[in-house]
Design a protein around this ligand. Structure first.
Ligand SMILES: Cc1cc2nc3c(=O)[nH]c(=O)nc-3n(C[C@H](O)[C@H](O)[C@H](O)COP(=O)(O)OP(=O)(O)OC[C@H]3O[C@@H](n4cnc5c(N)ncnc54)[C@H](O)[C@@H]3O)c2cc1C
Length: 470
């Protein structure tokens, strides 16, 4: 039996490791447990999620720009050649650097790290089974924070082998560019990884069950974004479901049916990415033993991160809410502050979401569809990047900014952006919304010229009908 801990955190993803840092800062005696085979901290996000995908998105985008746009702006590079091995290496280097950074932060904040699988034996006891054999250790603690994250949702009939039929993890590691990649699922992960391989030379077909891509985003945004991706060469088969997959040496034979029933069609391709979503990962944790309740979909039920068992808390992807790294991080900080007797709080209305494609898509707050459903009266201000001087100068004019504000109070209710660097631009909207700001606050705030952020201001002006530059 080891020392008594104030907090034992199970899972070292963005939820867990940020919780551990905050706990260390607040002087709590803290341990974190991570079971990843590679013994690396950082969870899904750093190892097989946000970071490696962004490394490939960045590199593949530069490749495509060099291939298609350099000549037009007066840069002749000669024979352009893809070195996929090196591209994968720089991705692995980024992962390595950042996971080492998390190790350093654990040391800096005096957090004990245990590499192994955590199992809850009682509300104050956690068993760690070492990944390197049968070494076991029991930790005694006042609080347990479950931060075990999520895993890929499987698709019946389409078995993932991580070679020809891959999850996002396999799609980050292709050794060769597949000639034809079918992506099942038109959500963020499918569209990001589909974009990577299209840029590097794959024909990409996206099969989506619903009649639109990015189903949780504003309808106008997803329509325009689909048009942009189509222009880039991505094929879409919407309102369609994949019913089976057979692999052979020649590739994968997929059967597809209309979502609302109808005649079967086939797609022969070289690789398939299953990206229909992620589900909470809580198997083997001992939740049933101690009576922690989960909902029908497997998410741990919480009230301000408290589970149904006193002293046991849960955060991040394994509880409800957007499955995003920064949401997990905010959960982690608030949960620890509550444990320490402070007023931890997360405002889920201002969690931004970003699709890191080209151009990017970013949103915060309500979509028009949500406001209509909720019967909220709202005004719209819109501004196209085609009228923004910086975007025009840089030949990056696809997309627009849309600001939705309460019709009576002018309070900003949602901001939606399709455009280059949308993921950076959305931060202004998040801050304004966090302060309960109005569209007029953005409209009357000075923005540097020439920047894309001026498009946000012009869209905000549009709420009261005084957009000046379009
Ligand atoms: C391809 C891809 C791209 C993504 N891109 C983005 C992005 O750009 N931006 C964004 O915000 N989000 C992105 N996400 C989502 C993001 O990765 C998750 O929302 C985030 O990692 C959730 O953090 P978490 O701490 O809740 O869980 P995780 O990061 O999943 O970490 C949980 C950790 O717990 C460990 N664990 C589980 N069970 C046990 C146990 N019993 N004992 C010990 N350890 C255990 C796991 O090994 C894992 O390391 C992406 C995801 C994927 C798959």
């Amino acid at each position: 039996m080891s020392d008594q801990y104030d907090v034992v955190i199970i899972g070292a993803g963005p939820g867990g490791y940020n919780a551990a840092i905050r706990a260390g800062q607040l002087g709590l005696k803290t341990a974190i447990i991570e079971k990843r085979d590679t013994k690396k901290l950082g969870g899904t996000c750093l190892n097989v999620g946000c970071i490696p995908s962004k490394a490939l998105l960045h590199a593949s985008q530069l490749y495509e720009i060099a291939e298609k746009d350099f000549e037009g702006i007066g840069i002749n590079t000669g024979g352009l050649k893809l070195d996929l091995q090196q591209m994968q290496k720089q991705k692995d280097d980024a992962v390595e650097g950042l996971t080492k950074g998390v190790e350093f932060l654990m040391k800096k904040n005096k957090v004990d790290v245990f590499l192994g699988t955590g199992e809850i034996l009682a509300p104050n006891r956690v068993l760690v089974s070492g990944s390197d054999g049968d070494r076991e250790q029991e930790l005694n603690t006042k609080n347990i924070v479950i931060a075990t994250g999520s895993e890929v949702t499987p698709l019946p009939g389409v078995e993932i082998d991580e070679k020809q039929i891959v999850s996002s993890t396999g799609a980050l590691d292709f050794a060769n560019v597949p000639d034809h990649l079918v992506v099942i699922g038109g959500g963020v992960i499918g569209l990001e990884l589909g974009s990577v391989w299209r840029r590097l030379g794959s024909k990409v077909t996206v099969v989506e069950f619903l009649d639109r891509i990015l189903p949780t985003m504003d309808g106008e945004v997803s329509k325009q974004f689909q048009r942009i991706l189509k222009k880039q060469g991505v094929d879409f088969k919407l309102s369609s479901k994949v019913t089976g997959a057979k692999t052979s040496e020649r590739g994968v034979h997929l059967t597809v049916e209309p979502a609302a029933d109808g005649d079967e069609s086939v797609i022969d391709c070289n690789a398939v990415l299953v990206a229909i979503g992620r589900r909470p990962h809580t198997v083997g944790l001992g939740l049933e033993t101690i009576g922690v309740k989960s909902d029908k979909r497997g998410f741990i039920e919480t009230d301000h991160f408290k589970t149904s068992v006193p002293g046991v808390w849960a955060i991040g992807d394994c509880i409800t809410g957007p499955m995003l790294a920064h949401k997990a991080e905010d959960d982690g900080v608030a949960c620890i502050e509550l444990i320490a007797g402070k007023a931890g709080h997360v405002n889920y209305d201002t969690v931004p979401s970003v699709v890191y494609t080209y151009p990017e898509v970013a949103a915060v707050g309500k979509s028009e569809e949500q406001l209509k459903d909720e019967g909220v009266e709202y005004k719209v201000g819109k501004f196209p990047f085609a009228a923004n001087s910086r975007a025009k100068t840089n030949h990056e004019t696809d997309g627009f900014v849309k600001v939705l504000a309460d019709a009576k109070t002018d309070r900003v209710l949602g901001v939606h952006i399709v455009g280059v660097e949308a993921g950076e631009l959305i931060a202004e909207a998040v801050s304004v919304m966090e302060f309960g700001g109005a569209s007029e606050d953005i409209a009357r705030t000075c923005h540097a010229h020439p920047t894309r952020s001026e498009a946000v201001r012009q869209a905000a002006m549009g709420v009261e009908g005084w957009t000046m530059q379009a």
